[in-house]
Write a protein that binds this ligand. Structure first.
Ligand SMILES: [Zn+2]
Length: 353
């Protein structure tokens, strides 16, 4: 169902229908209300790449999930009224404190550190300094890094309730319940010990994977705990070490969001991951291209609002005359605004049945 925006313009273009008929068709189409149609009430979005997500508090009953652009790293804020949950905080720099100050009212109820790598916990040190944090969930893994030492010092001096997350646990806060799907124990590599969380809000389901790779995915698949979701935070910054076809087939995301720094040295996201996500029909957004991405939902429909108004990620068109070569520098992912009316680009409204 997410192909809606890329399929709109093309048939008309080929048929050469007069403009008036196109307009009539669009009006009729927009009022159909099929599950694969964007909401006809979604207002046009100004096609600029500078409009930030709204800083107003969410409407009552509306859940907002901010996939914050922290360069190469993860930082996800889940905001429901006066309840705020932060999953990871990116690296120490640029830090997420300034961003959070627009949204966190009172204490930060829950902080989750998926695993002790610096691109996930570095920014949490400043958050612990700037905000009162009620609950901290860790995976219990350790690191010899200075960043980890500083983070644990900040955790220990916070006075928060500290928990180790294990499969089967529930993080209950405000009106939200996060299910801990992983880890079972610390038997994997650092990434594969990542805390993986699912969250359902009404009919809209989310999966937050940290840096879990295929080993962790296999563990969850074997136990049958992997949910079908609308929105997937892609594992490990879009690396090909995560997002196995089996895992993506079960999660079946309509929207996939990877978090990676522009021009990062790891080559994230990897082309294989983008191909695999496209193969399951996901509409792909990345913080390296779209900046901070905010998903809002009332539990029935959801809305994806990237800061940079460009189309979802696709693979570059392959030339039939040029054989594919393993040239990393040419494997740049592309987006295109050419095939889409601007008012479909910024807001993807999907109504669920
Ligand atoms: Zn990472």
């Amino acid at each position: 169902m997410p192909q809606l925006r890329t399929t709109i313009a093309l048939p008309m273009k080929k048929l050469g229908i007069p403009a008036i008929l196109v307009a009539i068709f669009l009006l009729v189409w927009a009022s159909c209300g099929t599950p694969s149609s964007p909401s006809s009430t979604t207002p046009p979005v100004t096609p600029t790449n500078t409009s930030p997500p709204t800083t107003a508090p969410p409407a009552e009953g509306e859940l907002a999930i901010h996939f914050i652009d922290v360069g190469q790293g993860d930082a996800i804020l889940i905001d429901l009224g006066e309840t705020e949950v932060l999953i990871d905080g990116g690296g120490k720099s640029p830090g997420v404190v300034a961003y959070l100050q627009d949204y966190v009212d009172g204490a930060l109820e829950v902080m989750v550190a998926t695993h002790p790598h610096a691109d996930h916990i570095g920014g949490l040190i400043g958050v612990l300094d700037a905000f009162e944090v009620d609950e901290i969930w860790l995976n219990g893994d350790t690191s010899t890094s200075e960043t980890y030492s500083q983070f644990m010092s900040a955790v220990n001096s916070e006075g928060a309730q500290v928990y180790e997350a294990r499969r089967g646990d529930t993080i209950q806060v405000g009106g939200l319940a996060f299910n801990v799907l992983h880890p079972v124990n610390l038997s994997g590599t650092t990434n594969n010990n990542s805390i993986v969380l699912s969250l359902s809000y009404g009919q809209v389901d989310f999966l937050f994977t940290g840096d879990a790779e295929q080993e962790a995915e296999a563990s969850m698949l074997v136990e049958g705990v992997v949910p079908d979701v609308e929105v997937l935070k892609v594992g490990h910054h879009g690396s090909n070490t995560a997002s196995s076809p089996d895992f993506l087939a079960v999660t079946g995301p309509e929207v996939a969001i990877y978090m990676a720094g522009e021009g990062n040295t790891y080559g994230h996201p990897h082309e294989e991951t983008i191909e695999a996500l496209l193969a399951v029909g996901a509409e792909i957004y990345g913080t390296d291209i779209h900046g901070t991405i905010v998903v809002t939902t009332d539990g029935t429909s959801y809305n994806v609002q990237p800061t940079n108004i460009v189309s979802p990620v696709t693979l570059p068109a392959t030339s039939p005359t040029t054989p594919s070569e393993p040239d990393q520098t040419s494997r740049k992912l592309t987006t295109s605004m050419a095939v889409m009316p601007s008012f479909f680009i910024g807001k993807a409204m999907v109504v669920l049945n």
